[in-house]
Every structure is written in C-alpha cells, then in structure tokens.
Design a protein around this ligand. Structure first.
Ligand SMILES: Cc1ncc(COP(=O)(O)O)c(C=O)c1O
Length: 387
C-alpha cells in the first residue's frame, strides 16, 4: 500500500462523520472505465463510481461542457430563465417515454423521490403511498419512509405517516393494498441494492394497468436504471410500460450532482409556482453536464452498447464455475455466487478491478460505465476464473 494513502486515510477518518464503510484506496483520477489511486495504480471500474459514471469517468465532452459553462456562469437560480437549462430539459424530454412532457431538476436521488411523492399526493389528494419490501429510495425522511430494505428506515422511526409495503413482484398483494386511500405506488423497477431483483415481465404490465384502473400515480425510481443502463433509455421502454413519474439521479450529470424528475403530461399541471423548488436544481453547470451527457449517450450508441455488453457478460459468465446465476439487465447486473460476495470483491480489488456488493451477501454487483468494451469484460472474466 502506498504511504500517501495512509496519510489521506488518517486525515479523512479523523475529520469525516463515520457513515461509510470504505474500500482501502483513494481514487484521485479517472478516464473512461479506468480510475487511478493515490499511488498511481490503475483499476478497471465495474462499480462505475457508484453507478454514476454512466458515460465513463471524465468523458471529454462532459469535461468540456462543464469547463465552458464554469467560465461563463457558475450559477443563477430558477428565478431567471437559462438557455442551458432549457436545452437540458428538452434533451431529457426528447429521450423520455411519450406523454412525459415536463422535467424538474434537483440535486440527488433522494430529492427526486421526495419530489415525485409530493406530486403524487397533490395530484390524487390521497395520503397513502405503497412501496416495496426490498426497495431503496434514499436517506431523506420521505425517501427513507418509502425504503423497505433492511434496517435503513426502522432505526429512524417515527418516519412519515402513510407508507405501506408489499412484496415486489406480487400483483395480488399490490392489488389488495390499493384501497381508496392509496395515491401512489413507488418502486425501483429493478431492486438494485436488494441484490438486483427483477420481476416477471408481466408484473410491470399488470402494475401499470392496475394503477390506471384505480387512479393511482405510478412512480418508477430509475435512479440506477435510467438513461440507458438496462439497455433501453428507461426501464419501461422494453415493455411499453410508461409510469406517471420517473425519478433520476446518479449518472445523469456524468458525475456532476444532479437529480431529475420526468412527469407525465396529465399530472404536470398539478404543481404551480411556489409549490415546490430547489435553489441549486437545474443550475447552469449541472444543466451543461446533463446536456453533454445525454448527447454522448446518443452519439456513441451507449444504450445499445449497454445491452450488448450485458448480454456478452452473461454469456461469458455461463462458463465460470463459481457463478450460480446472473440477474439484471444491460449493465446493471447481480452475479450470484456460493460464497460471500464481499470476499470476491476484495479478491478482484487486489487484481485491479472494482466491483460492488449488495444487501444480499451472495450477490456481486456490476454497475460499470455504459462505454464498457469486450476487452475489459474479458479481463474481468479471466480474474473471476482465478478465484
Ligand atoms: C434506486 C435509488 N434511489 C434513490 C437513491 C438515493 O440517491 P441519492 O444518494 O443521490 O440521494 C439511490 C442511491 O443509491 C438509489 O440507488
């Protein structure tokens, strides 16, 4: 281990609130699917900086857009118009499912979900929100109230009133929860942190139909699945399932903190001036990053690459004896192994490959940049075979 890392670690540990279990390395530089630590060691980043580096680390087009914007105007709020915010909003709507015609920008996934649930309650006038066991939606009080995974929520009770939890993938349970008080359903279409759980195809279609039938707002938390990661721009695209609200964050700003909510036309008129807001949301630098990032995804065909690379990984993993099963779509994958995934993650780290774990101790999680190529996948498979 390089000595500069020890100095960085000691300093950070002594000053920072102890809320993260960190990997023993300090990442100082990144380019594409690779990052470099304080000692200059190179790593293949299959964790994508926590699912954030959608177009790779420091994509030159994103870097240029941010740099140009910083030189012109770092910030002005939503109290004035902004050409770059207008362009970023239009670019997001352009790739969104048809009928979704308004965007609200904020700064994180938790805030996106707060926004969606507020709009859901306002639109229906109903308080009850149905969420999923195993779902993760963030750490702020509202998003935490909707989080059904592990112990994130319970230790901070009382949380916000009105949330009920049903089993993900179980349409019967969902139906019986949708009484006259239910205003919204929120779910991750793929439960990532729970271990990359995907429901049966027909679940999503039935879910859409029942929400329409009972006038309930359907919210897809696409903080991890959105903008191409699963091999389509948005999760529902492949099923022709269009939710009423999509929430986004992580990769949409190419690494600049951005959250966003895309809202269906039938709901968007619910909210008027003063009823919701965010000082920094949709700021010029964040908007420049979103615009450049979306253009890169389009220009480089990254949605298709995510699908093809994901299929390639699945094919290659079928011949690896330690692998029991591979779950997920595109480049959001959960690799199930017999032993503890954390040990495999540490082994791979030693081989210069960063991967993730989840709340399921047997699942190794991959959330790499959508620019991932077969030669990098081959490196990962070779390392896995040596485990
Ligand atoms: C599916 C999902 N929703 C919401 C969040 C919360 O996002 P943030 O940490 O940006 O608030 C996360 C973060 O991991 C997430 O994975």
């Amino acid at each position: 281990m390089d000595s500069s890392f020890e100095i960085i670690k000691t300093k950070e540990d002594s000053c920072q609130l102890n809320t993260y279990k960190k990997l023993p390395l300090s990442i100082e530089r990144g380019q594409g699917v690779y990052v470099y630590d304080s000692g200059g060691k190179k790593y293949l980043d299959l964790y994508g900086g926590h699912a954030v580096a959608l177009t790779g680390h420091c994509h030159p087009a994103v870097v240029k857009a941010v740099r140009d914007q910083v030189e012109k105007l770092i910030f002005y709020s939503n109290v004035v118009y902004s050409s770059v915010r207008a362009d970023a909003s239009a670019a997001l709507i352009d790739v969104a499912p048809s009928g979704m015609d308004k965007v609200f920008f904020c700064n994180s996934g938790s805030e996106s979900n707060e926004t969606a649930m507020k709009i859901g309650r306002k639109f229906t006038g109903k308080k009850k929100i149905v969420a999923m066991k195993g779902g993760f939606h963030g750490r702020t009080m509202g998003s935490l109230s909707a989080t059904g995974l592990g112990n994130y929520r319970n230790q901070f009770s009382p949380v916000i009133d009105g949330y009920v939890f049903v089993e993900f993938g179980n349409i019967k349970e969902l139906k019986s929860s949708l009484d006259d008080d239910a205003g919204a359903v929120i779910l991750e279409p793929i439960q990532s942190m729970a271990g990359v759980e995907v429901a049966e195809d027909e679940y999503y279609e039935k879910l859409r139909a029942i929400c329409t039938e009972r006038d309930v707002v359907l919210i897809f938390d696409e903080v991890q699945t959105g903008l191409g990661r699963t091999g389509s721009w948005f999760f529902g695209d492949r099923h022709a399932v269009v939710p009423d609200i999509i929430t986004l964050a992580k990769g949409i700003g190419g690494g600049i903190p951005v959250g966003g909510v895309i809202i269906h036309e039938k709901i968007s008129r619910t909210i008027g001036p003063g009823e919701h807001g965010s000082t920094f949301g949709g700021g010029p630098v964040a908007s420049a990053a979103v615009l450049a990032n979306i253009n890169v995804i389009k220009d480089e065909g990254l949605v298709q690459n995510a699908r093809e690379a994901g299929d390639y990984i699945k094919r290659e993993l079928s011949s690896v004896s330690t692998v029991r099963k591979v779950k997920g779509r595109g480049l959001l994958l959960g690799i199930e192994i017999e032993s503890e995934a954390v040990k495999l993650r540490d082994f791979l780290l030693g081989r210069g490959i960063i991967t993730g774990t989840s709340s399921n101790k047997n699942i190794l999680r991959l959330l790499p940049p959508l620019t991932l190529k077969s030669r990098e996948i081959d490196m990962f498979i070779e390392a896995l075979k040596d485990y």
